[in-house]
Design a protein around this ligand. Structure first.
Ligand code: OTD
Ligand code: ZN
Ligand code: ZN
Length: 360
């Protein structure tokens, strides 16, 4: 039985770090295990300019504990007033790696999102020209479309026409949650990739709804049927370079989740790597974990896998994590995969053997 795994330090290609106290509380968990991350721009107000992205990046870097090497790769939030020149200048700076398209109303803080893709075509044309990736929250928001069908309908109504109109535009379908999404990515000749979250690989919608409603398992896109989860797992371990990790770790105060109208999002940054090692082990594909977490995403963004390493070890005793972490007076509930996790992150850069807190 394999009990050690050494990977290039992984990349989280879809991460919500928030701002202020919350950002300062959660950032160290990502920077401990990850080398780089694509940082989502859905702050209030959203990050829409290079100037705002640069300032946000500086605030994140200030929250990274000394001795850890973590590179935030920024994104701009696409609105109907974003200009082609703004995104081109942002991309040229090297600080901003991509533009994020949220259909208006699709998820947390997406009110300033795009109502109709036709209104941003001039920006997308520019991105296609300069090779700047478009990251999409791929769900339609129309009230008449069932929430479980919103990803599949987005592919038909928005994504496919967009890819026909701009075949050279590089697109990432963020947090793909359905077999439809996986099949669509596989059917594309080029230019299309997808991130997969930790939680959608682990849970189906029963976790949210069976035996009581569990607000800490509510996220968007919402958890789907088992057959979709199995399709996602198949894609993650397949070795297909179009699929890579984007945790979509999205912390909210516990009170905002345990509410009559609870916020969407799960906080997974803290235990993602041990959970993913368990998932790949369950699938008999431990050797492909590095592709998924450390190579495919880097390849898509034109980066080398990191030279630094992350070591995971399997132990007899399960990993222990706090049920909640403290975030500036608020509590954030930590993702519980629902099974014991025997993989542990063993080495953190900058930590001596005595300092390294192996069980988080
Ligand atoms: N999903 N929560 C959030 C974002 C994501 O769609 C997403 O990317 C969030 O809270 O920012 C969530 O459930
Ligand atoms: Zn999203
Ligand atoms: Zn997200």
């Amino acid at each position: 039985m394999q009990t050690e795994l050494i990977l290039p330090r992984p990349d989280d290609m879809h991460l919500h770090l928030r701002d202020g106290d919350m950002m300062r509380a959660v950032t160290p968990y990502s920077s401990r295990d990850f080398a780089r991350a694509i940082i989502m721009p859905n702050l209030v107000p959203p990050v829409t300019t290079l100037e705002a992205a640069t300032a946000y990046r500086d605030r994140i870097l200030a929250a990274v504990p000394k001795g850890q090497d973590f590179r935030p790769m920024m994104t701009l939030y696409l609105t109907e007033t974003t200009t082609p020149d703004e995104v081109a200048a942002a991309f040229a700076s090297g600080i901003v790696k991509a533009v994020k398209l949220y259909p208006a109303g699709a998820t947390t803080n997406s009110d300033s999102g795009v109502k109709d893709v036709r209104n941003v075509m001039h920006v997308l044309e520019k991105m296609s020209e300069i090779g700047m990736p478009l990251l999409v929250h791929g769900e339609v928001t129309s009230a008449e479309i069932d929430i479980f069908d919103r990803e599949a309908v987005f592919i038909d109504r928005v994504l496919e026409p967009l890819r026909r109109a701009l075949p050279d535009l590089r697109i990432v379908m963020e947090h793909v949650t359905t077999k439809d999404g996986v099949d669509y990515v596989r059917s594309a000749d080029s230019g299309l990739a997808a991130t997969l979250t930790t939680h959608h690989l682990v849970l189906n919608r029963n976790a949210l709804l069976a035996g009581g409603i569990r607000p800490h398992y509510y996220c968007l896109p919402v958890l789907k049927r088992e057959r979709h989860r199995l399709a996602l797992r198949d894609a993650a371990v397949s070795g297909d370079a179009r699929f890579f990790l984007g945790t979509d770790s999205a912390p909210h105060a516990r009170s905002a989740k345990e509410s009559p109208c609870g916020c969407a999002g799960m906080f997974t940054a803290i235990n993602t790597m041990p959970i993913l090692a368990s998932v790949f082990e369950q699938e008999g594909q431990l050797d492909r974990l590095a592709d998924f977490t450390s190579k495919h995403g880097a390849g898509f963004y034109g980066l080398e896998p990191t030279a630094a390493r992350l070591r995971l070890v399997k132990r007899a005793e399960p990993l222990d994590w706090p049920a909640q972490i403290d975030a500036g007076g608020d509590e954030v509930t930590v993702f519980d995969p629902g099974f014991p996790v025997y993989w542990h992150v063993a080495d953190q850069p900058g930590a001596t053997e005595e300092q390294s807190h192996e069980d988080i």
